[in-house]
Design a protein around this ligand. Structure first.
Ligand SMILES: Cc1ncc(COP(=O)(O)O)c(C=O)c1O
Length: 361
C-alpha cells in the first residue's frame, strides 16, 4: 500500500526523507555493522548520535548556552510530576489551564504543591485561551505553567502573547507545537515536550532547562525524577531511549536543512490557512475555537451532525486521508498538520472537504 496522508495527533507523521534514511541505516549505521538500536549507549558510535541530536536542537531552537537539553522517558505526563518535584521552594505554583493537558498537569502537581489556577477556559469547553495580566500572577510562585498548544481542542498561545513575571520561572508544555513556530527560549525556565508529534517516535521526552533550575532536591524524590541526576550525566544516567533519540536527531537535521523553525512556521501558517479558509468559506463545516486562538498544528472542525462526521471520516480514510477523527471526548474532526505533513496532504484534504460538501449539503 502507498503511504497515506496521516493526520494523527500523535504519534504523528514523520518526514519521509527521515524514514528512508533510517531504513538505509538500519542494518549498518555508518560502517558500525549494526543498527543504532543494537548499540551500547556507552559506545562512541552512540555518543555521537546523542550529542549531535542535542546540539542540533540547540541550534535550530536558538537555545542559549545557559540551558541544558535532556532526553528523558515517561512522556510529557511524567513532567507533570517532575516539574513540581524539582522546582518546589515555597510550595506554590500558578497554572494557566487552557485545555485538557493543562488541567491534567495542574491535577498532578496538586499531589506535591499548592496549585493556583490563574485562569481557565473550561467554562467554554476550552474554545479560547484566557487572557492573562501580570496582576493575576503570584510573585511568590515557584513557577508559572502554560501549555503552548492545546492538542485536543486546537488552540495555541503565541510567543508574543505570553505574559509572565520576571522572577518566576515560566514552564511550558510544548508537546504539540515544539519546532512548529518560533518561541524565544530565553523567556522560559523549562520547556518540555513528548517527541511523538513534531520530533520523532514516542519514548523520549525532551526537557530544555535553564541551568539555575538544576539543583539538588529533597532526597526522598526518586533518583530517576531528579533533573540534576540526568543533567550531570548528559542524559546517560541509565540507558536512554537511544533509537528514539537517533530519529529525533535526524528530524532536527531535516528541520535545519529546510530552513529552520522560522521556515517551518511560515509553511505551517500557510498549511493552516488553507484549512481554516476552507472551513470559513463553507456552509457545512464549523470551526470550534475562537479564530485568533486557532492552532496551526491541530485543526478542529465539525459538521454539526454526528452521522455526517462519521461519513466524512470513513470516506476520507478510503481516499488515503487517515486519522481525522476528533479526540474521543470532543468528537467531530481534527486534522493534525505537524511539520512533516506536506502541503500536498493539506491540499488533498481541502479538495476532499469541498467535494464532500458539494455532495452532502
Ligand atoms: C500538550 C500535550 N501534553 C501532554 C501530552 C501527553 O503526552 P505523553 O503521552 O507523552 O505523556 C500530550 C499528548 O497528546 C499533549 O498533546
Amino acid at each position: 500500500m502507498a503511504r497515506v496522508y496521516n493526520f494523527s495527533a500523535g504519534p504523528g507523521t514523520l518526514p519521509e526523507e527521515v524514514l528512508k534514511r533510517a531504513a538505509e541505516e538500519m542494518l549498518d549505521y555508518k560502517g558500525s555493522g549494526m543498527s543504532v538500536m543494537e548499540m551500547s549507549h556507552r559506545s562512541s558510535w552512540y555518543e555521537e548520535v546523542h550529542n549531535n541530536a542535542a546540539n542540533t536542537l540547540k541550534e535550530i531552537m536558538n537555545i542559549p548556552d545557559n540551558y541544558k537539553v535532556l532526553f528523558l522517558q515517561g512522556g510529557a505526563h511524567l513532567q507533570f510530576a517532575m516539574v513540581p518535584l524539582n522546582l518546589k521552594k515555597t510550595g506554590k505554583a500558578d497554572y494557566l489551564v487552557a485545555g485538557q493537558w493543562g488541567k491534567k498537569a495542574a491535577a498532578e502537581a496538586k499531589k506535591f504543591i499548592s496549585v493556583n489556577v490563574v485562569a481557565s477556559s473550561e467554562d467554554k469547553t476550552y474554545s479560547y485561551i484566557p487572557k492573562i495580566e501580570k496582576s493575576m500572577l503570584s510573585e511568590d510562585a515557584d513557577y508559572f505553567h502554560i501549555t503552548t498548544n492545546n492538542t485536543v481542542f486546537g488552540t495555541r498561545l503565541r510567543d508574543k502573547d505570553i505574559v509572565c513575571l520576571e522572577n518566576v520561572p515560566l514552564v511550558a508544555d510544548m508537546s504539540s507545537n515544539i519546532l512548529s513556530e518560533v518561541y524565544d527560549v530565553s523567556k522560559f525556565g523549562i520547556i518540555y515536550a513528548g517527541a511523538q508529534k513534531n520530533m520523532g517516535p514516542a519514548g523520549v521526552t525532551v526537557v530544555i532547562i535553564r541551568e539555575d533550575l538544576i539543583k539538588d532536591v529533597d532526597a526522598s524524590v526518586p533518583t530517576m525524577l531528579q533533573y540534576k541526576i540526568h543533567a550531570d550525566q548528559n542524559s546517560l544516567y541509565n540507558t536512554p531511549p537511544c533509537y528514539s533519540i537517533y530519529i529525533c536527531g535526524l528530524v532536527y537535521e531535516w528541520v535545519k536543512k529546510n530552513g529552520g523553525v522560522e521556515a517551518m512556521q511560515k509553511i505551517n501558517e500557510e498549511k493552516a490557512k488553507l484549512l481554516y479558509d476552507c472551513i470559513d468559506n463553507s456552509s457545512l463545516y464549523k470551526g470550534t475555537v475562537d479564530k485568533y486562538d486557532r492552532s496551526i498544528m491541530n485543526v478542529n472542525f465539525k459538521t454539526g451532525n454526528e452521522e455526517l462526521d462519521k461519513k466524512f471520516i470513513k470516506e476520507a480514510t478510503e481516499r488515503g486521508l487517515v486519522n481525522l477523527k476528533g479526540y474521543r471526548t470532543v468528537g467531530g474532526m481534527r486534522a493534525s498538520i505537524y511539520n512533516a505533513m506536506p502541503v500536498e496532504g493539506v491540499k488533498a484534504l481541502v479538495e476532499f472537504m469541498k467535494e464532500f460538501e458539494a455532495k452532502n449539503s
